[in-house]
Write a protein that binds this ligand. Structure first.
Ligand code: SF4
Length: 231
């Protein structure tokens, strides 16, 4: 199995009835401003470099964002912030990510989410999170050999990243490191490689509108991630 095959398998998953209904309903009802656009309405695979040094882990697709466009963090405000920061850090080909075919390409970075279908209220149930964990594990298994830094977005991304790493046989410090913006956890793979997990506030409007997360904070975090890759 290669990454394309994995993506194809993920994109037809129907394991969570509530999320299948939600993602498909959003694709039919559509937000008014996107009424003339086709919606993806399916699980969203990871996007970016196939041998990344930096892995960005988010929560789940937004109903009118990547559930519409089919690309991680593409077509919503959180994505506007994330891709602009990746561009400023030199990881993205262009500063925006609006639709497949827009010319966006990521170098050294891959983005994936813990849950692959848009959940109501951006809150997946625990059973849905667990049902989706094997997809994250499968994708992580592909990219882990090259990953040096994991940027975990929000407490959800942080927990999901540590859980998936642990399940992949990576040694996690105990007690489990706590999430915070700029928090660092050093973990060790079974072959003795060090990976740094960096906590980052999620670039959701809740954080960016309130100033809890600023562009400067994101820039500093990706500068840290880049420096850690070089050590
Ligand atoms: Fe499948 Fe994950 Fe979507 Fe559930 S959330 S239907 S496990 S892809």
């Amino acid at each position: 199995v290669d990454l394309d095959t994995l993506d194809a398998r993920i994109s037809v998953c129907r394991a969570c009835p509530r999320l299948v209904s939600w993602r498909e309903e959003a694709a039919v009802t559509k937000r008014k401003s996107f009424a003339d656009q086709p919606y993806w309405g399916r699980p969203v695979p990871g996007f970016g470099d196939e041998a990344p040094e930096i892995l960005v882990v988010g929560l789940a697709p937004a109903a009118n964002g990547s559930n519409r466009t089919s690309r991680m963090f593409t077509g919503d405000r959180a994505g506007d912030w994330l891709y602009a920061a990746l561009y400023r850090a030199g990881f993205a080909a262009i500063p925006t990510s609006t639709h497949v075919g827009d010319g966006q390409r990521l170098r050294r970075v891959r983005i994936m989410s813990a849950v692959r279908c848009a959940p109501p209220g951006n809150k997946p149930a625990t059973a849905e999170r667990d049902a989706c964990a094997p997809w994250m594990a499968a994708e992580l298994a592909f990219v882990l050999p090259t990953v040096r830094v994991i940027v975990a977005l929000g407490g959800y991304g942080w927990d999901a990243a540590l859980r998936s790493l642990r399940d992949a046989g990576v040694r996690i410090p105990r007690p489990k490191p706590r999430f915070g913006h700029g928090a660092r956890a050093e973990v060790e793979t079974s072959d003795g490689r060090r990976i740094i997990v960096l906590g980052c506030f999620h670039p959701s409007q809740q954080n960016t509108f309130t100033g809890r997360l600023t562009e400067r904070m994101l820039d500093e975090l990706f500068a840290d991630a880049k420096a850690l890759c070089a050590t």
